[in-house]
Design a protein around this ligand. Structure first.
Ligand code: SAM
Ligand code: SF4
Length: 508
């Protein structure tokens, strides 16, 4: 592909009319009021309300009833300093997660399909100007080799596929790779069965409504795009204006386009460390409120990655950001996100180290990755070994533990790892899932499916130690199900026994 071809591809990407149609009033303002947010997070009245126990407890109880908080309520929580109130916020965050999602944790693996990119985000190892990175785009054969490891050896059922923004990994490539992943059945190691990936989520640059409709037809699960920073000035300083990513509003409105294109599971996120963490939490909340208001559907997931080191990337390696987020502030941010957008799934990734992940999960996390390797073609190359090659990956991970290790840790903490992908395959998405989540009804379907899919995974992939830890959790779950779902309990036991007998993919 010549540089002229790439330049003309870039010049046709952004459709101004697919931004302008969502702008209110005279089209000059979007839904992120930077100045007002900056003022609100340190406003004297808000700061004083944060010390008022009764006020803070009122806000917490609103969250406990699974209602989205208003920006000023969230700003109060962001300013809480009292250790007693902080503890109450964290306990409430855990309780909300339990109410909406029960004790389930969903696991997935990131799969990088391309490391080419036309943008130049200062913090990213994949930026076009980084000559130290070895670039590539996976062929379909190489993709199959990755799935053999991910689905056949580790046992993943869900992927987040990641693409750099480049004509070589544009919409046609995305569609062919998603189709290939869904079609690929691979043998399970040491078993006479096959396995496949059952849900493909996509993390890729903003697209047009037309492209997003195609992605929807290809059967993607969740479409994720992180705004990186919601603060316009900080955004401009990090994303050169002569790049596609330099257009803040093209990115800000991509979930509007996705919802309009029929994708009703959307995932928002901010990259913590680019601007004040309190501002980013407020940005995420404003984004959720806007989507709820306009489409009746909030974000299915919220992500809050923190900056990690990356090959030849001074902005991160030399700590050039003034806004790096401490572990303590990160913890606070997570609790406030959980309380502010109580129905949303919350994703904590393997960017964070094992110890911190263990400590953060109880304050509201619903999804995490494991056995992760973000180098191009790296699953097949590493064959399960914990190796990172900085010159082949976007940034460096903090936790490379195997899925087996992570599942065992969760089981010992009392969590069940769910490999369920039934919700989206049965149409429990969008408005439907929002209602189920808010009322707690989704938890019941999911508990049934969690037990069945966990049983599958334990039998097909777990080590003996993990299997023992997992079976203790399953025994407890089955007891609870007897009470919780008496009308379908017999069918459940039938599905469960058939799964133990070797049948696969039975779900409610
Ligand atoms: N290129 C697409 C885009 O920018 O939308 C796909 C996303 S990129 C491959 C995945 C995410 O990684 C980015 O949205 C960003 O939040 C995050 N990221 C980039 N550089 C990072 C770094 N140094 N440390 C941690 N996360 C980083
Ligand atoms: Fe490209 Fe995404 Fe990295 Fe920016 S964050 S340089 S768009 S891969």
């Amino acid at each position: 592909m010549s540089s002229n071809d790439t330049a003309s591809w870039i010049s046709e990407r952004i459709r101004p009319e697919e931004i302008e149609k969502y702008l209110d009033g005279d089209g000059s303002v979007d839904f992120i009021p930077d100045g007002a947010i900056d003022e609100m997070v340190c406003d004297a009245k808000i700061v004083s309300a944060a010390g008022d126990k009764a006020r803070v407890r009122d806000i917490i109880s609103k969250s406990m009833s699974i209602q989205t908080l208003s920006p000023d309520e969230a700003a109060v929580l962001l300013n809480v300093k009292d250790p007693e109130l902080t503890d109450e916020m964290e306990s409430a965050a855990g309780a909300i997660k339990k109410k909406v999602y029960d004790n389930r944790i969903v696991t997935f693996a990131p799969l990088y399909l391309s490391t080419v990119c036309v943008n130049n985000c200062r913090y990213c190892g994949m930026r076009a100007g980084n000559g130290s990175l070895t670039r590539g785009v996976l062929t379909l054969d190489e993709l199959r080799a990755e799935i053999e490891v991910l689905a056949g050896q580790i046992g993943h059922k869900r992927l987040v596929v990641v693409y750099g923004e480049h004509p070589k990994s544009g919409i046609d490539y995305m569609l062919s790779t998603i189709e290939a992943i869904y079609k690929t059945e691979v043998p399970i190691r040491n078993r006479s069965r096959t396995a496949s990936i059952r849900r493909v989520n996509v993390n890729a640059a903003p697209m047009t409504i037309e492209e997003l409709s195609l992605l929807n037809k290809a059967g993607l699960g969740t479409y994720q795009v992180f705004q990186e920073t919601y603060h316009k000035e900080a955004y401009a300083a990090l994303h050169p204006s002569n790049t596609l990513k330099g257009n803040y509003r093209w990115r800000l409105y991509c979930m509007h386009r996705a919802l309009e294109a029929g994708i009703d599971d959307v995932g928002i996120g901010a990259l913590f460390g680019l601007y004040d963490w309190k501002f980013e939490v407020m940005g995420l909340l404003h984004h959720a409120i806007e989507l709820e208001k306009r489409f009746g559907i909030g974000p299915h997931t919220v992500s809050f990655p923190r900056l990690e080191p990356a090959e030849n990337t001074p902005f991160v390696n030399e700590n050039q950001s003034k806004y790096l987020v401490s572990d303590a502030d990160f913890r606070k941010a997570i609790a406030v996100i959980r309380l502010s957008i109580p129905y949303a799934g919350m994703i904590l990734t393997a960017r964070e180290n094992a110890e911190l992940r263990k400590a953060l999960v109880p304050i509201g996390i619903t999804q995490t990755d494991a056995s992760s390797n973000i180098g191009l073609g790296a699953y097949n190359k590493a064959k399960g070994a914990e190796v990172q090659e900085s010159t082949r990956q976007q940034f460096i991970l903090g936790d490379m533990r195997s899925l087996d290790d992570v599942v065992r840790e969760f089981a010992k903490m009392g969590y069940i790892t769910s490999f369920c992908t039934a919700g989206y395959r049965c149409g429990r998405t969008g408005q439907c899932i929002m209602d189920l989540l808010r009322t707690g009804a989704e938890g019941k379907f999911c508990k049934l499916n969690a037990v069945i899919t966990f049983r599958e995974w334990l039998d097909d992939f777990a080590t003996a130690e993990t299997k023992a830890a997992g079976e203790a959790v399953i025994a407890k779950e089955i007891e609870e199900l007897k009470e919780a779902v008496p009308n379908v309990y017999d069918t459940f036991i039938d599905y469960y026994n058939r799964t133990v007998g070797g049948e696969r993919d039975l779900y409610f």
